[in-house]
Design a protein around this ligand. Structure first.
Ligand code: CA
Length: 500
């Protein structure tokens, strides 16, 4: 008689775990997907990533509900190549998109399908608000045609979708609204530089700002999707904190430049760091032709923080809408940036380097019923993994030829051994190669026929100020890192995949 209750409990346990297991797999395929990809945003600007000054309560709230990835890296350090990579699940040398001026669809291998095409093909109602492809209106027509709705983004020829869900009054004309000179002229380049190379008060309200509108449109769409019970994929792309570092004044008022610390890795501290490793020339986007004063440095960092807090506030509206509409329990949320941004480290501003500030990105994922709350994953993942991961969650049968690895196992259990490293490339020929492991960054590039090597011990030197390449004390790790770098991404895959 004593055995009966034990057997019964065992049976209950087996039935429960089996049902829970299969229900979980089925449930994520039935869930909606909200993908938020933001522009030019370094990971360490968020409170949840340890920033003690910048206020980001809404992204922090998402992190408290899901898994925050501490070591997530982009595959290229500017928009078009990074986006072309994570939107196709291919690496930059395979997409062929190696600069912002490349036409993405002309470079991609014929037949390459992109993330919205996969979701459309799987029967999702697909919607896009704001930037997704680098220049979707001009380059990625067939990709944008995979959207049932396109908001605040140019429409591809022949696309026939619903009218805008919201209309806004015209944006007041500020001093920035001088007409643009003809493209390709010297005056046009000077005009672009002038517009980018500034920071401070935009003179606008939240509702006038593109990101204020993006958030309000996304909120309206979520309410509509909830009312119509749509099974949706919604991508939301931001404008900030890309330059110009301008936003409504109330966010700038939160930060006193006098209390902003100077960059922790000024150029003067660099030891053996090649000059050309620092952007291989001038900074980009801001302070392009001159070195900022210490005062300007503090002001620009304060303005970057203000832009991030402004964006965080707008995203808070979207997260609130998700809760209020009842969609939070069956919507997967993934949040990340296309690449990072220097704020004066190594004397550099903007992206276009292979240091942590350019390569590391924020990445937070919440999958209802799967991700532990407030977990931190200290394993290495890459943006090229985003498509395989979302594909697995959504039950989409993706080809084995993709060059990322689904990190769904990390969403369930964030503390298991994963990739040996992340790869990022740079240069119009992709000739600058960088490998980030948990302990080191190792970078190789050619300059005038000479092989330049950089090795940074991230445990001892997190700001990458001491180049240890060819140092006798680090000869052994350097040899291993060089072997891994040359072996390529397949050699870096998680233990279960690396033998395939
Ligand atoms: Ca970007």
């Amino acid at each position: 008689m004593r055995r009966y209750p034990i057997m019964a409990w065992s049976l209950v346990f087996i039935v429960t775990t089996t049902v829970a297991g299969s229900a979980r797999a089925a449930d994520t395929a039935k869930m909606n997907v909200l993908m938020i990809d933001i522009e030019d945003c370094r990971a360490d600007v968020f409170g949840c990533y340890g920033n003690p000054i910048c206020k980001t309560p809404n992204v922090d709230r998402l992190a408290a509900e899901g898994v925050r990835f501490d070591l997530a890296y982009c595959q290229y350090v500017c928009c078009n190549p990074s986006r072309s990579s994570f939107l196709t699940g291919l690496r930059p040398h395979s997409t062929g998109v190696l600069s912002n001026s490349d036409n993405s669809r002309e470079k991609l291998p014929p037949g390459t399908r992109s993330l919205p095409q996969w979701f459309k093909g799987a029967g999702f109602y697909t919607a896009n608000v704001g930037k997704l492809f680098h220049d979707g209106g001009n380059m990625n027509h067939e990709d944008m045609r995979a959207f049932d709705r396109i908001e605040l983004q140019s429409k591809p020829p022949g696309w026939q979708g619903p009218d805008p869900i919201l209309t806004f009054p015209p944006v007041p004309r500020t001093a920035d609204f001088s007409p643009a000179p003809k493209k390709g002229t010297k005056e046009y380049n000077e005009y672009r530089q002038r517009r980018s190379d500034r920071y401070g008060d935009s003179g606008l309200t939240d509702e006038h700002e593109p990101d204020g509108r993006i958030a309000r449109i996304a909120t309206a769409l979520l309410n509509e999707f909830a009312a119509n019970q749509r099974h949706f994929f919604l991508s939301v792309g931001s404008s900030r904190p890309h330059t110009p570092l301008i936003c409504p004044k109330k966010y700038l008022d939160l930060y006193d430049p006098d209390k902003i610390p100077m960059p922790q890795a000024p150029r003067e501290l660099d030891r053996g760091v090649p000059d050309l490793a620092v952007r291989f020339g001038n900074s980009a986007d801001i302070f392009m032709t001159r070195k900022p004063t210490p005062r300007e440095t503090r002001e620009a960092i304060a303005a970057y923080y203000a832009c991030v807090t402004f964006l965080d506030t707008q995203l808070g509206m979207v997260f609130d809408a998700l809760e209020r509409s009842g969609l939070a329990h069956n919507t997967i949320v993934i949040f990340f940036a296309d690449h990072g941004f220097h704020l004066g480290e190594h004397g550099h501003w903007s992206k276009y380097t292979l240091f942590e500030q350019s390569t590391r990105v924020p990445l937070i994922v919440r999958v209802p019923g799967m991700t532990p709350r407030g977990a931190v994953c200290r394993e290495i993942v890459e943006l090229v993994d985003v498509l395989p991961t979302l594909g697995e969650l959504a039950g989409i049968d993706l080809p084995a030829s993709l060059e990322g690895t689904s990190f769904v196992p990390l969403l369930r259990q964030p503390d298991q051994p994963w990739k040996k490293g992340a790869l990022t490339v740079f240069g119009n020929d992709g000739g600058y190669h960088s490998l980030r492991t948990k302990d080191y960054r190792y970078t190789e590039w050619q300059h005038r026929g000479e092989l330049i090597k950089e090795l940074y011990d991230l445990k001892q030197d997190p700001w990458e100020t001491i180049n240890l390449a060819d140092h006798p004390a680090t000869a052994e790790p350097q040899k291993e890192l060089a072997t891994l770098l040359h072996a390529g991404w397949r050699s870096l895959r998680p233990p279960a995949q690396s033998n395939e």
